[in-house]
Design a protein around this ligand. Sequence first.
Ligand code: FAD
Length: 474
Amino acid sequence: MATALVWFRNDLRLADNPALQAALDGGYTPVPVYIHAPSEHGEWAPGAASNAWLHRSLDALSGTLEERGSRLRLFVGPSLDTLETLVAATGAEAVFWNRRYEPALEQRDTRIKKALRQQGLHVESFNSALLLEPWTVSTKQGTPFRVFTPFWKAALAQWRIPACEAAPASLPSSDAGPAGVSLDALKLAPALDWDRAFWTHWQPGEAGAEDALEAFVEGALHAYADDRDRPDRIGTSRLSPHLHFGEIAAWRVVHTLEESRRAGTAAHIDTAIKELGWREFAHHLLHHFPETPASNFNPRFDGFDWTPPSRADLDAWRAGRTGVPIVDAGLRELWTTGWMHNRVRMIVGSYLTKHMRVHWRHGAEWFWDTLVDADLASNTLGWQWVAGTGADAAPYFRVFNPVTQAEKFDPDGAYIARWVPELAALPVPARSAPWRFPELLRDCAPDYPTHPIVDLAKGRDAALEAYRRQRERA
Ligand code: FAD
């Protein structure tokens, strides 16, 4: 049997894996390979929390391959050199992979495809990650979309998502070529076990992704449209890291949601699929505007009067010690679990970019290092949306009030009490704005900041004033 390399990347699953399926359909013995080459990601090499997740996800993939008679070979080094060495050592005639959309990786993959084809190999890449690849949707004029609603309307009108394919029950194996290095040699797992608490919340890998989807369909989906903004409840799917690492196909999520469509769930299913649409839109924008992880989508903000952050203020924000409880709760949830609720991501982002007037890049970089779902497309969209500098963004003048946000979306103060436990002894009305109750704060939470690092009214006024100056200049 001829051999094909199957180059695993962010598609760490066996079900719904077009590259693996192509190798099998072509009659090849697949040689599954993962190459660790962080420098090829340009400025956005995966952060520490992503690496911690990746370590476990590769371990899980390795296990499922072995159960089926195959094995995952791990390598460290430049991708093209490694693939060429493997082709020579295994006698592979073909190389298959699933596409990635980060600008640096798109360029790298184009180079690799060309080089390998010039050597006479059969090389093919596939979509495993998206419902619609970024270049397949465009306006009537053939230009990329910049606004979500028309993008989503066009996407819904044209998508033909693939049927689900079960994981192969068994796989042929090949012993030819090098065995690769151990998982530990990739040095992905943290040397100090600061990620210990993550794993009470998450199970990286394909089985964990399927469990998360099942739990969502049986539970939170039934109230998704109402509860998705409630950080005090399990109101969302928590599929984001699984989707980012390709442990589950987005189209499997859609099919599974559709299968559970019945009276009472339709509105929730439509809302959940629309949220997946934001992930698609994020990839569309990143592909067509590849400079946006580093620069404002809206160039009018290029001269904006951001405040150079003091080390102390940035540290207070990162550590969840700003003195604004809902902001601190979100940042501590992030630090402890590697994830933060979407509503709270917006609140912490607004406090940083508006009240503190710190450039969104600082927030995006912190999230990049600490989120287990850190994703260049979605993180860029999220931060530019929050900062008002994005394509389809919250206008800069719309400044979230973190107290009213907390009162509305965490009405019992349960989320705050969970992540900022020193405030749990305060009565509910005091939890969202403890500085208004100085005596209670002193008695119940003497270690908590007595005031926000940036006063809410003053910060808002200064942000609006900076926005006014920027509009005058534009
Ligand atoms: P659910 O509500 O269950 O949604 C299902 C899926 O839809 C998610 O898993 C996700 O893949 C997708 N999705 C939902 N909302 C969005 C959105 N607004 N943008 C893009 N995709 C969405 N998401 C990431 O996956 N990675 C990031 O790095 C990231 N950074 C963000 C930064 C900021 C400042 C903000 C405001 C949002 C960011 N998001 C990011 C989007 C969103 O917060 C997460 O996708 C969501 O919280 C994941 O939780 P969930 O899986 O329970 O979502």
